[in-house]
Ligand binder design. Structure first.
Ligand code: WQD
Length: 319
């Protein structure tokens, strides 16, 4: 089987490329290297395409045919909430037009299986302790909206063309499955705290007056290697025929507060860490934890690693 991985040179995509390689699948990567790192994909062929470019549909059609692709895993997208608020049209062009070009090329070449990288950002600020896939999606920023629109586009393609697809809604992804595939972006809590500690600065907690047991926000941190395995499980699920469900939360079902994450980092680094209390950050829900019953039942997937392993792997990969 040959799998096209868009965004395969990225942090999460490259973990999936590594797993596909380990099980002997053919891999072709499409990446514009705007954030991707060439060294992450080893010897796999790279097709350097910006999916949102005017000629992307033709370029992708050519790639799908030339490499005899059977299925696609689509990561290539922009993923920074703040940036999406500042440049919304660009986000729509990158994430929505990019997916439209991919779907058009898949339809032209009759490539019939797609795993889509969605996000818990589609839920917005849900007022429930555990988020189930069927609650109403109310994204609160352009980034989350582009992901929800992507899901709708795929749902329509499923109805119109018989596409088989799985949309995976990631919760807070962190850690490293291999040391050379670390998250180098420093955009999320764990890399930010590690960076500040390395610079001799205290980490900042964005608010400790939330309605949670220790007052800090609770998230569901999922190890990037577990997340990568979920994509493989989704591919296998689609290979079995018409899927019963098409959208899945990918998390652990366990919440950890910002303070708990900082304690885990202190334990892992052996450093005493005294965080600074800061103001709340706009748009942060107090708690966002995945209900993972659907992915367990349908894909037989369950996260293997917990917070300590996530943090340890992130610390180790920083070197
Ligand atoms: C986690 C918690 C912060 C930094 C974001 C996107 C989401 C998804 C994943 C892409 C929050 C707190 C953070 C710091 C802190 N992205 N924090 N001090 O916001 O849950 O999710 O990344 O798909 O769409 O919104 O992740 O890592 O930014 O924050 O206290 O220096 O850590 O307030 O409670 P978030 P995060």
């Amino acid at each position: 089987m040959t799998v096209l991985v868009t965004g395969g040179a990225g942090y999460i995509g490259s973990h999936v490329v590594r797993l596909l390689e380990e099980r002997g699948d053919g891999v072709v990567v499409v990446d514009d290297l705007s954030n991707g790192v060439l060294a992450r994909i080893g010897a796999h062929p790279l097709e350097r395409i910006d999916l949102s470019a005017a000629d992307a549909e033709d370029a992708l059609t050519d790639v799908l045919l030339r490499h005899d692709v059977d299925s696609v895993i689509h990561f290539a997208a922009k993923k920074q909430v703040g940036e999406s608020v500042e440049h919304p049209v660009w986000y729509y062009r990158q994430n929505v037009s990019g997916l439209a070009n991919l779907l058009a090329a898949m339809q032209r070449t009759e490539v019939g299986a797609l795993v889509f990288s969605s996000s818990a950002a589609v839920y917005g600020m849900p007022d429930v302790p555990m988020v189930h896939e069927d609650i109403e999606c109310r994204p609160i920023n352009p980034y989350g909206q582009t992901k929800l629109i992507g899901e709708w586009m795929i749902d329509n393609a499923i109805r119109a063309t018989g596409l088989r697809a799985a949309k995976l809604r990631y919760f807070n992804v962190a850690g490293a499955g291999w040391d050379d595939l670390a998250d180098t972006a420093v955009m999320n809590l764990i890399p930010i705290v590690l960076d500040r500690l390395a610079a001799g600065k205290a980490p900042i907690v964005f608010g400790d007056d939330y309605p949670t047991p220790d007052g800090t926000c609770i998230r569901d941190y999922v190890h990037v290697k577990d997340l990568a395995e979920a994509h493989i499980a989704a591919l296998d699920y689609l290979a079995m025929g018409e899927p019963a469900e098409t959208v899945f939360n990918v998390g652990t079902g366990q919440g950890a507060s910002v303070n708990e994450v900082i304690v885990a980092i202190a334990e892992s680094t052996g450093q005493a860490v005294v965080p600074e209390m800061g103001d709340r950050r706009a748009g942060d829900p107090p708690q966002l934890v995945a209900d993972v019953s659907r992915i367990a039942a349908e894909l037989s997937w369950k996260a293997e690693y917990g917070l300590d392993e996530i943090v340890r792997s992130a610390v180790r990969a920083r070197g």
